[in-house]
Design a protein around this ligand. Structure first.
Ligand code: ADP
Ligand code: MG
Ligand code: ZN
Length: 572
């Protein structure tokens, strides 16, 4: 028997820009505006908030892609307040839920939550209240585990639904459904059951992670029907981005940066390991900052305590692993520093997004090692916003950055220089020396070192020994790094006879390589003072487009001789 997978078709409509949702003559419009002002203390709606509320209150399934800090919570809390019945909110973390409930209770909106580590009598009490005739709660928060594991909860929801009192189902941080997201949680995948069981209750899914694959996953897993999608730019104009090379003095630099720009202000320093968290926190304390640390291996009480201290401004700086922050609702975080590289650009965007939720100017500084080959950091020319937003499928015009990132600020002292030839020579060199040496070794040969191990190349027929001796210090090494970053060369860690266990530049010297090399049309050179040069290499076509154009030899190999003749275009 042949198994034919059922093709699911995702059907949705774009809501952003649809005039229908902007209207101010819905039956609930007056109540909406009054409560937004009186209860939440907001003078206006932020972009898409009114539209989302109108769509969900019209009974549609709605999917909201809104950047962190954009104000997603209001889009369900306000409807929850003015609609009869109860809104069920699924949220991934208890700490997040507690934070939300605290804010709701502050403005006198009755809300409760259920989680597995609550005492059973307490849970029963909440469940009883839920199905009572005069239930006081407007919102019930639960973790996805609760939906997956608690039949009792589902029975109570059934009862609410039958009575027509299940007003809305909200899935917060909906990207957790998707394996493509950076926060995959298996229990989120089971949430499709809610739509199956309660088909006439509108679902509202919210996230700040917007790649196309995540979106499709969410819509499918939750079983959203004819859903309306609202999305908006992920650019955060009030965040100032910069990338700084990480030296041994990194912590001094950090201390100085905070003192110069954000002294006594609130911030997060993201670190890789718990050791780093503790080390960095200790150092910042020594420098006179009110700092503390937060990581996964602290006990939950201790973690909650630190987070509370930070929320109440008793400490300013939290040095934390990525375990800290999802849904943190502190509006005045003035800086987010990455002491080590984030896992992905998406994660980076999310983590930076915790700064400046109040819309005021805030800084995002990323410290990185040259050994952490990350395109984003190595790139010291393209607008930081552009490089980030590309990952969300968003086209961003760098002139809209208005010089609020380091690269746009420094752009004016850029000059253009073609280093295709150097790149070509380095690749030749890797090939000619047998593709088994480290970067260091390659660079030594190129520089023309007279070291015993290196000198022997001098007399090879294909010798490039010393071909790069005229280059300024660090130039060749930066170009070589770019070749690795751009996948033209690959680096492999293996034992080498020459220098012990080192990384070697390797393989890949195939058609792909030459095609890719041909793509290197222009390299921009930036003068960064002290004669230090920074490079940027980029391509102008896809591999496929390129390889069609490269002439082939009789054996079907690409003819590499034409490479140098590739037409050079100007940047931009
Ligand atoms: P998100 O969930 O999208 O990351 P939140 O819902 O936590 O964002 O909201 C972020 C901050 O913005 C909160 O402090 C919230 O009070 C504030 N906020 C939301 N909507 C508005 C508004 N219309 N006017 C002013 N502040 C708002
Ligand atoms: Mg949120
Ligand atoms: Zn910029």
């Amino acid at each position: 028997e042949v198994y034919t997978p059922k093709l699911l078709q995702v059907r949705y409509t774009e809501g952003s820009g649809d005039e229908r949702w902007k209207r101010v003559d819905f039956p609930w419009t007056k109540k909406l505006e009054a409560n937004n002002r009186k209860v939440f203390g907001n003078h206006f709606f932020r972009p898409n908030q009114r539209e989302v509320i109108n769509a969900t209150m019209s009974g549609y399934d709605v999917f909201v892609l809104m950047p962190t800090g954009g104000g997603k919570s209001l889009t369900y809390q306000l409807p929850a307040l003015i609609c009869p019945g109860i809104t069920l909110v699924v949220s991934p973390l208890v700490s997040l839920i507690q934070d939300q409930i605290m804010h709701l209770l502050q403005v006198n909106i009755p809300a409760a939550y259920l989680s597995a580590n609550m005492e059973w009598p307490e849970q029963q009490e909440i469940l009883r209240e839920l199905v009572s005739d005069v239930c006081k709660y407007k919102l019930l928060y639960v973790t996805p585990e609760k939906i997956a594991k608690s039949d009792t909860l589902l029975r109570h929801l059934d009862a609410l639904y039958c009575r027509g009192s299940l007003a809305r189902i909200v899935i917060d941080e909906a990207h957790c459904v998707s394996q493509w997201g950076h926060d995959f949680r298996p229990d989120y995948q089971g949430l499709g059951i809610l739509k199956q069981k309660y088909p006439s209750t509108p679902v509202l899914a919210l996230t700040a992670t917007a790649t196309a694959s995540v979106k499709e996953d969410v819509v499918q897993a939750l079983g959203l029907e004819n859903c309306i999608i609202f999305r908006q730019s992920f650019n955060r104009p009030n965040l100032w981005y910069s990338v700084v090379a990480k030296t041994k003095k990194c912590l001094d630099d950090m201390d100085k940066f905070i003192k110069d720009h954000h002294f006594d202000e609130c911030g997060i320093v993201y670190c890789l390991s718990r050791m780093d968290c503790e080390k960095v926190a200790e150092r910042l304390q020594e420098c006179g900052h009110k700092a503390s640390f937060y990581h996964g291996s602290m006990d939950p009480k201790q973690r909650a305590y630190v987070q509370k201290q930070w929320s109440k401004d008793e400490i300013n700086i939290i040095c934390a692993t990525v375990a800290f922050g999802m849904g943190i609702n502190k509006p005045d975080v003035r800086f987010v520093i990455h002491h080590s590289l984030p896992k992905s650009i998406e994660g980076y965007h999310q983590e930076c997004g915790r700064a400046g939720r109040d819309g005021l100017r805030s800084s995002c500084v990323l410290y990185y090692n040259y050994s952490d080959y990350v395109n984003y950091c190595e790139n010291d020319l393209d607008c930081r916003r552009l490089s980030q937003l590309i990952h969300f499928g968003e086209k961003f015009n760098p002139s809209d950055c208005q010089k609020t990132c380091d690269n746009c600020t420094n752009m004016f002292n850029s000059i253009e220089k073609n280093v295709t030839n150097i790149a070509k020579q380095l690749v030749e060199l890797v090939k000619a020396t047998g593709q088994q040496h480290s970067m260091f070794h390659i660079l030594e040969v190129y520089k023309g070192s007279l070291n015993q191990n290196i000198k022997k190349y001098k007399h090879d027929s294909l010798s490039l020994h010393g071909a790069g001796r005229h280059l300024a210090k660090g130039e060749a090494s930066r170009i070589l790094r770019h070749l690795v970053i751009k996948d033209i060369l690959t680096e492999d860690v293996k034992k080498s006879d020459l220098y012990g266990s080192v990384s070697s530049l390797l393989r890949n010297l195939s058609a792909k390589l030459y095609a890719a090399l041909r793509m290197l049309r222009t390299v921009l050179v930036k003068e960064a003072g002290d004669g230090v040069m920074a490079y940027h290499i980029f391509g102008n076509a896809t591999l496929q487009q390129i390889s069609k154009k490269i002439p082939r030899t009789k054996e079907g190999l690409l003819d590499i001789n034409g490479i140098g003749k590739a037409k050079l275009h100007k940047y931009g």
